[in-house]
Design a protein around this ligand. Structure first.
Ligand SMILES: [Zn+2]
Length: 202
């Protein structure tokens, strides 16, 4: 019989053996009542569905224009990339690079990594490069959270430079929805995926 891993209460240092929880059950410390760990509300199917939804919304958010840019009297509508390039060209390269990373590359990376890990785990297998993918996810996750802020910063810089006005259309809505989806994915406890992978190895 496999020994269950130990778990320490972060508040009073009491030590417990972990056990499998029923759906939506929460394990609490007997001594101080603090939460120890909880059953993840979203099982693998739901997580995969969320990830696929995030991918679709990501594409929509990047295909539809979010700003109207005017250069030398000629107005044109620009997508996120257009806005990033305009910011870059107006001399605020740091903001452009940060926005590209947090609003484009980190979310895309997070979605791609989940799409690599989840389908295999769902079939009861451990995907190739599982631990690399999980470490990458841990690094990427905190950055995906700041994308609303960065999108806001990007838009205000473009606006301040007098280059653009925001289009309150499909693209901007898609970014809003994408942020909600990614926040939900980011809230998922990655340790749970490690446990599922451990179970699949046995
Ligand atoms: Zn405690």
């Amino acid at each position: 019989m496999a020994t269950q891993p130990l778990c320490v209460c972060e508040h009073c240092d009491a030590v417990y053996r972990r056990r499998a929880l029923a759906r939506r059950e929460i394990a609490r410390c007997l001594r101080c009542g603090a939460e120890l760990y909880r059953d993840q509300r979203y099982d693998l199917n739901a997580m995969l569905a969320l990830t696929l939804a995030a991918l679709i919304v990501f594409v929509i958010a990047n295909v539809y224009p979010i700003v109207r840019i005017e250069v030398q009297g000629v107005a044109s509508e620009a997508t996120l990339w257009g806005a990033i390039m305009a910011t870059w060209n107006s001399g605020v390269g740091v903001v452009a690079a940060l926005a590209a990373a947090t609003v484009f590359f980190f979310p895309l990376g997070q979605i791609a990594l989940f799409l690599h890990v989840l389908p295999a785990l769902r079939r009861g297998r451990v995907p190739v490069h599982f631990s690399d993918a999980m470490h990458a996810l841990r690094l990427v996750q905190p950055w995906s959270m700041v994308e609303v802020f960065l999108l806001g910063a990007l838009v205000s810089v473009v606006k301040l430079a007098g280059l653009a006005e925001v289009i309150p259309g499909i693209g901007l809505w898609a970014f809003g929805i994408l942020t909600l989806l990614l926040t939900t994915l980011t809230g998922f406890d990655l340790r749970r995926l490690w446990e599922i992978a451990d179970g699949a190895r046995r």
